[in-house]
Design a binder for this molecule. Structure first.
Ligand code: KG4
Ligand code: ZN
Length: 342
């Protein structure tokens, strides 16, 4: 078979994404976002996101097909996010994908969004090695995956026990009075601060956690520590050194994520780490991962940020891997799963 032509549809949160790939080549990546509609609420409102997907889905699909000059009849497969994510938004994408599959008779794959965040890297850096570690970090997920085959052999080593990394940034952003989503604002502030100014806790790194939670994360205690520190500062009538707080907080998150992923790589004998998800835009994480991977002799693959935020190309990339691996398509009676396991 020549390189498969795959249409990917993503709608698990606030981005409506439609992309078309031919093998590793990304022909088009069309995205419509409702993020601005949620900003004034300080978080994603599922009902608003669902309606926005419903309105954006067909125009985004048409735009993708026109831009790539692809006819639906030429597709080899359709892939769609079946979970995890918000039920209403997922349902819009899955319904659209099923309708397309019925109309065209093309095979349909309902796929896992978290795996998609890792799968997209092959569009940028080429074939994956036989075995690698993937760290998927976003506003909704913080997972460490051991990957033998992106289509058929993904094992979750650990994940966050409470907040995702991006979620922790957004919550700390709120308590520092920054606009939603706070992540990018903290990143910018942190660059002007001293990361060693305040020693915030490193969740689940104590010796007692090394057996049970070696690959898990916890960021809610850190968030509370920042809140207490800021409150104490205000109670004493001192001005909060926002840049130092941001830098010290970001340092703690980047330290824990990179230390755990490198320890996991050593323990599992792998030489390649892939980082994906919207939080991989974070400068402190990128810098520390680059430095520590170089020191450890580990190849680090992080796709450019436009591939890391939610989009259709990650779903098309995973669909492509499934087609190539000979995975049987989904039957048309599958549902969405808001907490879909790996
Ligand atoms: O993958 P994504 O676009 O959506 C989800 O699936 O969640 O990730 C968005 C998350 C938000 O929490 C946002 O604040 C965070 O990633 N984020 C950042 C940065 N850019 C995005 N957090 C810290 N530093 C950044 N530069
Ligand atoms: Zn995501």
């Amino acid at each position: 078979m020549s390189e498969p032509l795959v249409l990917g549809i993503e709608s698990s949160c606030d981005e409506t994404g439609v992309a078309i790939t031919r093998g590793h080549e990304l022909l088009v990546d069309a995205v419509a976002s409702s993020v601005d509609e949620h900003a004034r609420f300080g978080g994603i409102i599922p009902e608003i996101a669902s309606r926005a997907h419903l309105e954006a889905m067909i125009p985004t699909l048409s735009r993708a097909l026109e831009t790539a000059d692809v006819d639906l009849s030429a597709l080899d497969a359709i892939a769609v996010t079946a979970g995890p994510g918000l039920v209403g938004p997922l349902t819009v994408g899955v319904s659209a994908a099923k309708a397309l599959a019925i109309a065209t008779g093309k095979p349909l794959y309902g796929v896992n969004h978290v795996i998609g965040h890792a799968a997209v890297d092959q569009l940028v850096h080429g074939d994956f090695p036989d075995r690698f570690l993937a760290l998927v970090v976003s506003g909704g997920h913080s997972s460490m995956l051991l990957v033998d085959d992106i289509a058929t052999g993904v094992h979750e080593l650990g994940s966050t026990l409470d907040d995702a990394a991006g979620e922790a940034f957004d919550k700390v952003g709120r308590l520092l009075g920054l606009p939603y989503p706070g992540g990018p604002h903290i990143d910018r502030l942190a660059r002007a601060g001293d990361p060693q100014a305040i020693r915030f806790p490193r969740g689940l790194t104590a010796a007692k956690d090394q057996d049970k939670h070696a690959y898990d994360f916890s960021f809610s205690g850190l968030k509370t520590a920042v809140a207490r520190w800021v409150e104490a500062c205000e109670a004493e009538g001192r001005e909060v050194p926002v840049a130092d707080v941001a830098a010290s907080f970001a340092e703690s998150v980047a330290d824990v994520l990179t230390a755990k992923v490198i320890a996991a790589a050593h323990r599992n004998g792998v030489n390649t780490v892939v980082i994906g998800g919207g939080f991989s835009a974070n400068s402190q994480l990128r810098d520390k991962a680059a430095q520590r991977c170089a020191e450890a002799g580990i190849e680090l693959r992080i796709p450019p940020i436009r591939y890391c935020t939610d989009n259709g190309s990650m779903i098309a990339a995973l669909g492509m891997s499934m087609v190539k691996a000979g995975v049987a398509p989904s039957t048309l009676d599958f549902g969405v799963d808001s907490s879909m396991p790996l």
